[in-house]
Design a protein around this ligand. Structure first.
Ligand SMILES: Cc1cc2nc3c(=O)[nH]c(=O)nc-3n(C[C@H](O)[C@H](O)[C@H](O)COP(=O)(O)OP(=O)(O)OC[C@H]3O[C@@H](n4cnc5c(N)ncnc54)[C@H](O)[C@@H]3O)c2cc1C
Length: 398
């Protein structure tokens, strides 16, 4: 195993793959390590992504698109549905991916650009010299080794340990680590063109339950709820099982997964001397939807761009790497993350009666735009009697 690179990327998810590809395209020597034996499995994701966002990074390919989505429905506790149609909205909704193939394609592109890819290799600790990260100690197929690098990009996902071991504060408050469970179900009656989001404190406290189609009678049926203990001690899986028993009693589960999604604010700082943090490890998941694939790719790519410039200039100090941190915070993604965090904090305070009132107020309206912003504006316009109640939401627009 070669043990000296310009850039070492930890993690073979979307953030790591985009970082490795971008860094290799810029002419750096790059190593991507992944602790699992195979890229892309097991899938811990509902696999939904907006079309426009996806296209910023890769040309859509039918090989890894499981479903083309025409509408999204938000369903309130009493069953009132807000339907956001593709044509009414005037822009495209999204895809449900097949991430087993998608993630491999991204890493394959990194390898093709020249990055070394090594699976079954776990970063166990940073190599620290004079307070700076200079690479990682790894266990590669059980054998310890050192991999040195000018810059390490930590893209090690939700359960990330690397940045914390290098001294960054990566703690996620318990209530903001969504606890998720998901079944890939088949033989179920669904609308194959619609991603459905179910809200309500009996259905998914402080979160939502989703049905994301992957074909005519197949879907990811999953749930994310607050990491806080529920009133009766139910876990995410218990809520999901109740929903499935009621709605898809004859469905067959062909895959079951559990996982966590951080819906907190991003890390206070995503760089240190010789270190950058990207994707879920940086906590850049959308706090409302829990979607993080696009933000992972964005931060992975930007991290590698800035790292390449710093390596060329011979300075990989925290200060030199800082344009990465400042760059994503100032981007559209950074603005949306901050706004959606505040919107999420408002919505988790609502009881089922208020959720029903809000849903009923806009169920019949046709939104001009498919976005959280359009929804908020419509809610405020349609509920003049709740103006005081909606103040927190209105403040997120300023
Ligand atoms: C149930 C669930 C549903 C979701 N649904 C959606 C959705 O519909 N749409 C969406 O956009 N997002 C969704 N997400 C979030 C999405 O999966 C993540 O935001 C996305 O995968 C983040 O990419 P990443 O590259 O940062 O991390 P990951 O994809 O988690 O990749 C990190 C990689 O690092 C590896 N790794 C970890 N530690 C080490 C180590 N020490 N050494 C080497 N390798 C290591 C891991 O094995 C992993 O492969 C969902 C998440 C969950 C849990």
């Amino acid at each position: 195993m070669k043990n000296n690179y310009d850039i070492l990327v930890i993690g073979g998810g979307p953030a790591g793959a985009l970082a490795a590809k971008t860094a290799a395209d810029a002419g750096n020597s790059v190593c991507l390590i992944e602790k699992r034996p195979a890229i892309g499995t097991p899938v811990r994701c509902a696999e939904g992504i907006g079309k426009e966002l996806l296209k910023e990074f890769i040309k859509p390919d039918p090989r890894w698109i499981a479903a083309d989505i025409e509408r999204a429905r938000i369903i309130s506790p009493n069953g009132t549905a807000i339907s956001l149609e593709q044509d009414k909205a005037g822009n495209e909704v999204g895809y449900v991916l097949d991430r087993k193939i998608f993630d491999r394609e991204l890493v394959w592109q990194a390898a093709e650009a020249g990055a070394d890819v090594i699976v079954k290799t776990r970063a166990t600790a940073p190599i620290m010299e004079n307070g700076a990260v200079r690479g990682a100690k790894v266990l590669s197929v059980g054998t310890p080794a050192d991999i040195r690098a000018e810059v390490v990009i930590a893209a090690d996902g939700t359960e990330a340990q690397f940045a914390r071991r290098a001294g960054l504060d990566t703690v996620v408050p318990l209530r903001e680590m969504m606890s998720c469970a998901q079944y890939l179900m088949t033989d179920i009656d669904i609308d194959a063109g619609s991603t459905d989001f179910y809200l309500g404190n009996e259905i998914a406290p402080e979160g939502y339950l989703w049905v994301f189609p992957k074909g005519d009678r197949t879907a990811n049926v999953g749930i994310g709820i607050s990491g806080r203990k529920s009133r009766d001690g139910s876990r995410a899986k218990d809520y999901l099982d109740r929903f499935v028993a009621k709605n898809f009693p004859n469905g067959k589960t062909i895959e079951a997964i559990a996982g966590g999604v951080p819906v907190c604010r991003p890390l206070a700082c995503t760089v240190a001397d010789g270190l950058m943090v990207a994707g879920d490890a940086a906590r850049v998941v959308d706090p409302i939807t829990g979607g993080g694939i696009g933000n992972a790719m964005l931060t992975g790519r930007l991290a590698a761009q800035v790292a390449s410039e710093c390596i060329a200039a011979g300075n990989c100090s925290k200060e030199a790497l800082m344009p990465y941190d400042a760059g994503w915070r100032a981007s559209k993604m950074g603005t949306i993350l901050e706004r959606n965090y505040k919107v999420k904090e408002y919505f988790v305070t609502l009881d089922d009666a208020k959720l029903n009132t809000l849903a009923e107020s806009i169920a019949q309206s046709s939104l001009k735009e498919f976005s959280v912003l359009a929804l908020i504006k419509e809610l405020i316009t349609r509920n003049p009697k709740m103006l005081l109640e909606l103040k927190a939401l209105r403040d997120t627009l300023s």
